[in-house]
Design a protein around this ligand. Sequence first.
Ligand code: SF4
Length: 236
Amino acid sequence: MVSLSLIILSAVYFSMALGNYHRLGLSPLETVIFTFLFVLLTLLVSSWILVLMSTHQKIRPNGLRLYSTWMLVNIYYYLAKWLGKLVMQKKKELQESFLNFNNEIVLSNYSGIHSNNILVLLPHCLQNSECKIRITNDIIDCAECGACDIAKVKGIMSKHNVRAAVATGGSLARKLIQDSRPDVIIAVACHRDLTDGVRDSWRFPVYAVLNERPNGPCFETRVSVSIIEFAIKKFA
Ligand code: SF4
């Protein structure tokens, strides 16, 4: 969608610039405007190439990596959204493709992380609704009865020595991230929360794992623990 948007924008730009030039020639003001738009378009295309490169190779230095992430979440996401609306793409499809694309970038750019600096963030709706234990920031209190996937996550947390926390909302998730400042976050949530979370916390690498909702949204959701373990092994 982003590549297609850039091709459309380039085609519009060149047809307008050449059309004006052939008709009357460009006035000084038009020359300034078209030069500015050309620089902008070149910047957009070259930055997009950088973002595409980051899906299969590590971008250095860090500043350049942050720049490409910023462009992805603040510019290209909206370009894809704009074109997606034009072709009536479903919101969930756009979010899923954004999350998958972001995951590829995070996997290519972060490895060799100390397991202690990996934070697994879980949504509160993962917990069984009848559980008497109040699982808040840390999942260490889980009695591992097996009625929900928190027990399995606790198992891999101990196995790989990673931290895992439950966030009851976006603000708490942001606070947990700011307080612990992990090197990599593996976040479990629904399409909307993950998309917002990845975009809000763009300074931190967030690997997104979509939860399953067999009982409807926000109620006793499930997660594939093997995907979380796969990500931990890739980063550690
Ligand atoms: S697995 Fe843990 S969190 Fe889930 S219901 Fe059992 S004790 Fe509660």
